[in-house]
Design a protein around this ligand. Structure first.
Ligand code: VAH
Length: 315
């Protein structure tokens, strides 16, 4: 079996669905601290309530299911974490350490844990940010992801644990509503456009950020996890890129399909978070080591997002 922790989140919903397509649905166990809002979304296979800070409960699930892969996705994202720093650190750090310790104890063959471009900070080179560079994150989320990367590398070196990780850019998908991420303006903007409403953007029009369409993120994750171990040279976390755009650029792409769509700008506290992150990513290590190549650019993503969001919601 495969265990997905944080299965109700933006990435979790989609990764659980992708894993259930790849494997037998009943072999992919979805777990989260509360049930999915819409029971339909994870109905295809088993669901377990799990607070990843409850180590005994996590141990029970690992003993019960003996997973060959654990995807640990539960965390507070950047904007949310800034509002509750101590809980964010506890969930993001202690949650990861519970997973790493039990994975070693029960010899779980593989673990996946997402990192983020949030590990980079204001003094990191902003264009084509290298795999190895200056990293002084100034958000709680970024601090926890940078520490988490170092723990993953330590558990690989000290225990031989096959834990793998990707530094995701902002992820955009149509299966979940915008969440507590600084990049989630790029999810919300599509919902507003399809609803025929105008959009007020919480970032400045020219804020370029690295972004990726969810199908590419899922492909990268499964390609990484199925690559032979000797291809994995980076045991902190791989840089991963696809495209970069600004609110102005995604607005123009949407206006190609919905000409009347209007956007206004009202930057808030999230602008400072966005300004601390890179504008574009050098992911040549991922391309060289395990053949990474993105498929979706802004135009293709926009067409696909609008098509799916226009479909009537399945009753
Ligand atoms: C966030 N979507 O905004 C996440 C991601 C790079 C951004 O880590 O916090």
């Amino acid at each position: 079996t495969v265990l997905v922790i944080g299965a109700c989140g933006q990435l979790g919903l989609e990764l659980t669905a992708a894993l259930r397509q790849r494997y037998q649905p009943q072999n992919v166990v979805a777990a989260d601290v509360r049930p999915p809002k819409n029971p339909e979304t994870l109905a295809g296979g088993p669901f377990e309530l799990l607070d990843v800070l409850d180590k005994d409960r996590l141990e029970d699930l690992i003993r019960q299911y003996r997973p060959v892969q654990v995807y640990h996705l539960a965390a507070l994202l950047s904007a949310t974490a800034e509002k509750d720093p101590m809980f964010a650190w506890k969930l993001n750090m202690d949650g990861l350490l519970n997973v790493l310790n039990l994975a070693v104890q029960y010899r779980v063959p593989q673990v996946y844990w997402p990192s983020s471009i949030a590990v980079f900070g204001p003094d990191t080179p902003r264009e084509h940010t290298p795999q190895t560079t200056v990293m002084n994150p100034n958000t709680v989320y970024g601090i926890s992801k940078l520490a988490g990367e170092q723990w993953c590398e330590w558990y690989h070196r000290h225990h031989g644990l096959d834990v793998r990780s990707l530094r995701y850019p902002g992820l955009i998908g149509y299966k979940s509503l915008p969440g507590g991420g600084t990049t989630d303006y790029a999810v919300d903007i599509y919902h507003k456009a399809v609803a025929g409403e105008n959009f007020e953007c919480f970032l400045k029009a020219d804020t370029y950020l690295p972004m990726m369409y969810m199908p590419d993120a899922l492909k990268a994750t499964l390609d990484l996890m199925h690559a032979p171990a000797d291809r994995i040279k980076v045991r902190t976390s791989y840089n991963l890129g696809a495209m970069s755009f600004s609110p102005a650029k995604i607005t123009a792409a949407i206006q190609q399909e919905i000409p009347g769509f209007q956007v206004s700008y009202a930057p808030d506290g999230r602008q400072a978070i966005a300004d601390s992150w890179p504008a574009s990513i050098d992911d040549s290590a991922a391309r060289a080591d395990w053949g990474w190549a993105p498929e979706f650019d802004l135009a293709k993503m926009t067409q696909d997002m609008l098509t799916h969001l226009k479909e009537p919601v399945v009753a």
